[in-house]
Each structure stands twice: as C-alpha cells, then as structure tokens.
Design a protein around this ligand. Structure first.
Ligand code: NAD
Length: 334
C-alpha cells in the first residue's frame, strides 16, 4: 500500500478487514506518517521506499493512494515488477500516461484497477441495474451536482479533483448507445487559487441525451445530487439523505406524433405523473466492495468492473475538459 495521507488509511482499513487480504506494507515518503496510521501494535510494516515493498516476494498487489501526478510512474514500476495494481482516481494525470498503464497491465497479464469508489456503492449499483435493464427507458439527461466548501487543492483544479467521481459514475451507469461524445467546460477561479475552483461540464451523449456535471469547492453547503431523466422513469439520487438516497419517479413527458410536427408545439405534450418509490438499499461500505472486486478479478483472471480502461476513459474526458477550459468552453470531442 502506497500513500498514508488523507485517503490511504481508508484503503488500509478496508484491505486489513478483508479475510482475503493481508496488508504487508504501508509505504509513504513520510514514514512517520505511515507509522502513525498503522499504530504501534500493528503487524503492517512501514517504509519510505517502494523498492523495499517490491523486493518482498509475498506482495502480490500494490494499492496506490498518492497524489495523481505520481500515479503513472509508481503504477508502471509496480506492473513492471509483476504486481497487480489498484490506483486511486484519477488513474493518471494525462491520457497518454493512463494508456501506458493500461498497455503495461495487458502486456504483463496483470490486473489494473482504478478505485472509482462510487461505482461500488449500493445506490450506483442499483442505478446501473435500472438503466441497463431498460426500466428508465432511453436516457434523456443526467444532471450531477457535487459542491461543498472543499479543500482547495494546490496541484489540481476542481475538475480533476471532484469530477472523476461524476464521470466514473456516468461511465459505469450509461449504456453503450448513450456515451459522452464531447465536453464543453466552463470554470472560474474567483479566489485566485491559480486554477478553476468551480466548473460546469456539459457532455452531449450519443443518442439524444445530455449530461451536466457541476463541481465546486466554494459552496457554503454540501450537495451531492444526481437526477437521471429517462423516457420511462426518472430517478433522483441524494447521497446526503441516507434514509432515502434513491427516489424512482414513474414520471414521463411525451409528445404525440398524431398531428405532425407543426401541431406538436401546440398542445400535444402529455405529462405522466405516477408513483414515487424509494427502494430499500443494502448498507455496506463501498471500499469494502471495491476490495472484494479486486480480489475476485485477480482470482478469476478477469478485468475488474472499474478496470484500467474505465480509468482511461475518465482521464480522456478530464483532459478534454481541461482543453475546453483553456478554450473558453468550446466543445472538445472525446
Ligand atoms: N476514491 C475517493 O473517494 C478518493 C477520496 C480522496 C482522495 N482520493 C485520491 O487518493 C489519492 C491521494 O489523495 P490524498 O487526499 O490522500 O492525498 P494526500 O496528499 O493527503 O496523501 C498523499 C500521500 O502520498 C505520499 N506520497 C507522495 N508521493 C509518494 C511516493 N512516491 N511514494 C510513497 N508515498 C508518496 C505523501 O507523502 C502523502 O502522505 C489521490 O489520487 C486522490 O484523488 C480518492
């Protein structure tokens, strides 16, 4: 395990709790930090040297929770040393580096997984099932809001910090005939942080749909809401409402073809307002499910649900969004 900062300890806790895993090393350039995380009575050894970890033949998998800029270099070193690799989102700081990770994993026949944590939550699993089973119908739009008084990062902007969550969720839930084809990004840096602190991404989807992602570090309140409009049903996911995270609306808006296109605008819009159902969802920690998926993928010699290619697709959109931000919001194909 590499990285004992803010997120790394969550991975350590979940892998240590898994009956299928044994955490051997916690490696951080700041070894004192790693020591504080494992505590005085742990069997997990600490080091500041990746080489020490890779010299241990009992290490099968390396999980990387270091800053994004280091992901490709560290991931490649581990893959080239014959280890399966889990990398935190975003997979790499550029699409080229993400591609080199995917290529190295395929060359060595190793599992490369990206921790797109939300894809392992019960809510996102259910939404994916609803979309893929056709229960929502055609996807008309996805509207995702992720705003709070966030930690203003020094090395990455708000798009690279927060939007990987929304983009990985889109990648996970949307069917093949409704994928992002381009992105237009508008952002602002009203506090002079040196990069965007709030941003709006608009992503046309193949088919007739559209997705919108709003990320913001400067909001006084925290909102984590996604609305998905389908031709048959619509869902609202409010991640901050644990007693009713998911609401499914039997609601639809239809336009009758009966009188041809001219007459449509007049009075042929019909609204269907049916029941709202809040499904019971199991409660479990997403990172635990993520850890189980990593172990299963390795044992079954198959790509995990959020494999390197999923990580690459997300990085490709992030990179296109950065190009769009620099180009005043022009639409950049993906
Ligand atoms: N999945 C999620 O929900 C989620 C949430 C938060 C952060 N993250 C991701 O986790 C990663 C780490 O974020 P963080 O907030 O914990 O960062 P952090 O800055 O708090 O911690 C990073 C740690 O990595 C160490 N480090 C840096 N280079 C290293 C190297 N070469 N070898 C060993 N250790 C090294 C640093 O000393 C530091 O302790 C990022 O990619 C971030 O996007 C994911």
């Amino acid at each position: 395990m590499l990285g004992a900062g803010y997120w790394g300890p969550n991975l350590v806790r979940n892998f240590a709790a898994s009956p299928d895993c044994e955490v051997r090393w916690l490696c951080d350039l700041d070894e004192e930090r790693a020591k504080r995380v494992v505590g005085r009575h742990s069997t997990i050894r600490t080091t500041a040297s990746l080489e020490t970890v890779l010299n241990d033949p009992s290490v099968d998998v390396v999980a990387i929770a270091t800053p994004a800029a280091t992901h490709a270099r560290l991931g490649l070193a581990c893959l080239d040393a014959g280890r399966h690799v889990l990398i935190e989102k975003p997979l790499a700081p550029s699409a080229d580096e993400a591609r080199s990770l995917v290529a190295a994993a395929e060359r060595h026949g190793l599992v490369l997984m990206c921790d797109h944590t939300y894809c392992y939550t019960p809510t996102v699993r259910r939404i994916r099932d609803l979309v893929h089973s056709g229960q929502l119908g055609d996807i008309h739009y996805v509207d995702s809001v992720r705003i709070n008084l966030g930690l203003v990062q020094s090395d990455i902007d708000v798009v690279w910090d927060l939007a990987p969550h929304d983009l990985s969720i889109l990648d996970f839930i949307l069917p093949q005939d409704s994928r992002p084809t381009a992105v237009a990004a508008h952002g602002a840096d009203p506090i002079g942080a040196g990069h965007a602190c709030l941003a709006y991404l608009t992503l046309p989807l193949s088919g007739n749909g559209i997705a919108h992602v709003h990320v913001n570090w400067l909001s006084p309140t925290k909102l984590r809401t996604t609305v998905i409009g389908g031709s048959k049903q619509m869902v609202v996911w409010d991640d901050l409402n644990p007693s009713q995270r998911l609401s499914m609306y039997d609601t639809g808006v239809d336009i009758s073809d009966e009188f041809g296109s001219e007459a449509r605008r007049e009075a042929m819009v019909s609204y269907r307002i049916g029941d709202m159902v809040a499904p019971a969802l199991p409660e479990y920690e997403a990172l635990g499910a993520m850890a189980r998926e990593l172990v299963s993928a390795i044992r079954e010699h198959r790509p995990p649900l959020t494999d390197g290619r999923a990580g690459l697709r997300v990085v490709e959109i992030l990179e296109a969004a950065s190009t769009s931000l620099l180009g005043d919001g022009r639409l950049v194909p993906i």
